[in-house]
Design a protein around this ligand. Structure first.
Ligand SMILES: Nc1nc2c(ncn2[C@@H]2O[C@H](COP(=O)(O)OP(=O)(O)OP(=O)(O)O)[C@@H](O)[C@H]2O)c(=O)[nH]1
Ligand SMILES: [Mg+2]
Length: 306
């Protein structure tokens, strides 16, 4: 079986959004004339891919101005303009997570129920291990039955130890144990799984704040990466959640999961425009190898270039 390239994998993962943006746009741009109907259809497409109203109207406005200046000869050129505008926005959030080797580093994952936290941790641990990092997983989701077992399955698959307590134990106490491992000499990446929560649930938010306080108290010299895991299939809702988590807990980066399951991949543009938070990784499937470092050029190529 031929191995598919890194780029092809992203492209495959983005198929559903690609279908909207590339296939439908190509149909649209096969028209020779640039008229009102074309703009209406373009607007509809961009909105359905969840690029957000701002991006959509700015793009259409730009194209209209170019048309009136006779700068635009055919509709096909619109795609190029769109890619340039997307890259200009996405570059701001294109800041990969740099993880040092031989020193402890803490990643705390946060996000609503089912957004993909535990799965992302499994995939991330796999990628870290293959890049030569030591990895330790921390089962601070003591809330949901079977959450610990789910993390342990990933731990076994990737060969990473899991720190755990019993169901309903204090999550902060599990994190405290992990900090003790660092103090005792563990010099790898500690990845903390937490319970899913509604972004409106006060008690669960307080639990996350407590975990963060423990990390800051025990490891004051360390800046943990607080990774907000967002489900791309929820589109605009993911942006709303992100705002709340950012305000309440203070995220430092985003992972956008399930891009393979949605035609709303344009939500990355909204995230970039509305939240000043880097997108560190994207999830394009459920397998071990389905996490990708976010790169604005690769991403737009995967979406728009045939
Ligand atoms: N297709 C696809 N599915 C994903 C991806 N990431 C996660 N999932 C699936 O989404 C579902 C929920 O994932 P979990 O990792 O359990 O989510 P969670 O945030 O840990 O959930 P809670 O612990 O209940 O809050 C699982 O069925 C995963 O396999 C992805 O990138 N693509
Ligand atoms: Mg989980």
């Amino acid at each position: 079986m031929a191995t598919i390239s890194f780029f092809e994998k992203i492209k495959k993962g983005l198929t559903k959004t690609r279908e909207v943006l590339t296939t439908d746009l190509n149909d649209l741009f096969s028209k020779k004339v640039i008229d009102k109907e074309l703009f209406d259809k373009l607007e509809e497409l961009l909105i359905s891919a969840d690029m957000g109203p701002q991006f959509t109207y700015d793009l259409i406005d730009d194209v209209k101005k170019r048309v009136s200046r006779h700068d635009l000869q055919n509709a096909g050129q619109i795609k190029k303009i769109m890619q340039e505008r997307m890259i200009a926005i996405l570059q701001k959030i294109d800041k990969p997570l740099i993880i040092p080797k031989g020193r402890p580093f803490i990643i705390l994952t946060i996000g609503v129920n089912g957004s993909g936290k535990t799965t992302t941790i499994g995939k991330l641990a796999n990628s870290l291990k293959s890049n030569g990092h030591e990895v330790m997983l921390v089962a601070a989701d003591t809330f949901r039955a079977a959450a610990v077992e789910q993390l342990e399955v990933w731990g076994t698959r990737v060969g990473a130890p899991v720190i755990k307590h019993k169901t309903n134990a204090d999550p902060a106490a599990v994190v405290f144990d992990a900090m003790a491992k660092i103090k005792a000499g563990f010099a790898g990446v500690v990845v903390v799984d937490t319970a899913g929560r509604l972004h409106t649930r006060v008690n669960l938010m307080e639990e996350l704040k407590k975990i963060k306080r423990i990390i800051n108290k025990e490891m004051p010299e360390m800046s943990p990466e607080i990774l907000l895991i967002l489900d791309a299939t929820t589109g605009q809702n993911a942006v709303v959640q992100a705002k709340t988590f950012k305000e309440e807990i203070g995220a430092t980066g985003i992972v956008l999961t399930k891009l393979d399951g949605t035609s709303k991949g344009g939500v990355v543009v909204r995230i970039a425009s509305e939240l000043a938070l880097p997108v560190r990784y994207i999830g394009v499937g459920e397998g071990l190898d389905d996490l990708r470092v976010f790169d604005s050029v690769d991403f737009t190529n995967a979406l728009l270039v045939s």
